[in-house]
Ligand binder design. Structure first.
Ligand SMILES: NC(=O)c1ccc[n+]([C@@H]2O[C@H](COP(=O)([O-])OP(=O)(O)OC[C@H]3O[C@@H](n4cnc5c(N)ncnc54)[C@H](OP(=O)(O)O)[C@@H]3O)[C@@H](O)[C@H]2O)c1
Length: 396
């Protein structure tokens, strides 16, 4: 049974999609009726948004996974139980003839582990796939040594392709190998290179370290420390916009590689979106917040970046979405995807999703960044550190 929280999660994800479904805009919903979609995975972080979106667009959706992760989600859908990490394609071989002979109009692969598993799947199924989508990452680019990197820039140099599933490589190399495996086998693919995906869901729902720092900080309110830095840009990928782009590429038979993210965005504009999202929040949640004394009116304290560094608030690891090196970070060129039909929704909608997701996972707001939680020191910095640095700045 789907519990209340998961119901809200899945329906919330689906309801956000009602606003911007490119297939509806194109009048294409009816044309996908009876088309078959296979989602490899589908029950983790981005998978549920993909599945909901495909269902809403009218696809008959089948999942392929081991039935381990979030097995309570999409119980109504057929699931091909298959372990992609078994050597010699043993997992794929055990799939029933019915599914082996099915023609899948669209297949979406979210795989981030062994590249051999992607190659194995395609070797077995590529002749039965209309359009293959792969969720990749900007980590596939070799050098982040300049701004506005486009899709034709060199990728990570690779050793020879892994002969076994067990062969280990770091994340960026695995993803680059996966892309190479796809390119070597087909042309009817779209590769989506994302840059820091943000969503209602998070990769590790129970882990405070996986929760979104800035949306939560603004949601809690009070006096907020912000880095005052020249030319400070940030860049992220909104999962809902990415998934809509996947559907759009399918409907328009758009193939190739795409950087998929918002345009590089000035950090102060991101702050405007945070303010807008949390102002809506504070109106709907005003009484509760006063009672809990968790939220106060927001006051911004923009503090010189060098001063922050001197006081232990370093970019990126301590202060998220502030990154000075490498120079290409948060500055990837997404114009190719925009030209092909990527429509990034308003950033405030993404932030609102993130806050709703956080509230559903931590209704009692039981952790503080930078403090000890269940025996572990959390990422970023605690409220006391923020207060201390603000005071020091104002009295210097
Ligand atoms: N750029 C970013 O910021 C960012 C952030 C997070 C993720 N990502 C990328 O996003 C992608 C999406 O990951 P996701 O968690 O959202 O995917 P997902 O499809 O939502 O979840 C992963 C799925 O894979 C299945 N799976 C795991 N091991 C398997 C196996 N051995 N055989 C068959 N199925 C297996 C899991 O089910 P079972 O366990 O039941 O098998 C689960 O359904 C990843 O490629 C990752 O690189 C990017």
């Amino acid at each position: 049974m789907m519990n209340k929280r998961d119901f809200i999660k899945t329906t919330a994800a689906a309801s956000f999609l009602t606003f911007i479904n490119p297939l509806e805009v194109l009048g294409a919903t009816s044309s996908v009726n009876n088309k078959k979609a296979l989602v490899l995975g589908g029950r983790g972080f981005i998978g549920p948004t993909i599945v909901n979106s495909l269902l809403k667009a009218g696809y008959a959706v089948t999942l392929l996974n081991r039935g381990k992760t979030n097995a309570h989600l999409f119980k109504e859908l057929p699931v091909i139980i298959c372990d992609r990490e078994r050597e010699n394609k043993e997992g794929l071989k055990s799939i029933s003839e019915k599914y082996k002979s099915t023609y899948w109009d669209v297949v979406i692969d979210t795989w981030q582990k062994s590249p051999k598993a992607v190659a194995d799947f395609l070797d077995e199924f590529k002749d039965h796939v209309g359009h293959f989508h792969y969720i990749s990452t900007i980590s596939v680019y070799d050098k982040w040594d300049k701004k506005f990197i486009v899709e034709t820039e060199p990728l990570n140099p690779l050793p020879s392709f892994p002969k076994t599933i067990a062969e280990e490589h770091r994340y960026a190399i695995r993803k680059t190998f996966c892309e190479e495996a796809i390119r070597a086998r087909m042309s009817n693919y779209t590769i989506h290179r994302s840059h820091g995906m943000k969503s209602y869901r998070v990769t590790r729902p129970e882990d405070p370290n996986a929760q979104p720092f800035w949306p939560i900080r603004f949601y809690r309110g009070g006096e907020i420390l912000l880095p005052k830095v020249e030319n400070h840009y940030m860049q992220v990928t909104d999962v809902v916009s990415l998934v809509n782009f996947i559907l759009h590429c399918t409907a328009t038979k758009t193939y190739g590689e795409f950087n998929v993210a918002y345009h590089p965005t000035l950090f102060k504009d991101y702050v405007s979106s945070l303010l807008h999202a949390t102002r809506k929040e504070s109106m709907s949640d005003y009484t509760t917040s006063i009672i809990r004394n968790k939220k106060m009116p927001i006051k911004l304290q923009w503090i010189d970046g060098e001063f922050l560094k001197k006081n232990g608030l370093e970019p990126y690891k301590i202060v998220p979405l502030w990154r000075e090196r490498p120079v290409g970070a948060y500055s990837f060129n997404v114009q190719k995807a925009i030209n092909a039909g990527l429509t990034n929704r308003a950033m405030v909608d993404m932030i609102t999703d993130q806050i709703e997701g956080y509230k559903s996972r931590f209704p009692e707001q039981t952790f503080e960044f930078g403090e000890i939680y269940k025996g572990e020191k959390l990422k970023y910095y605690p409220i006391e550190k923020e207060k201390e640095v603000i005071k020091k700045w104002l009295t210097k």
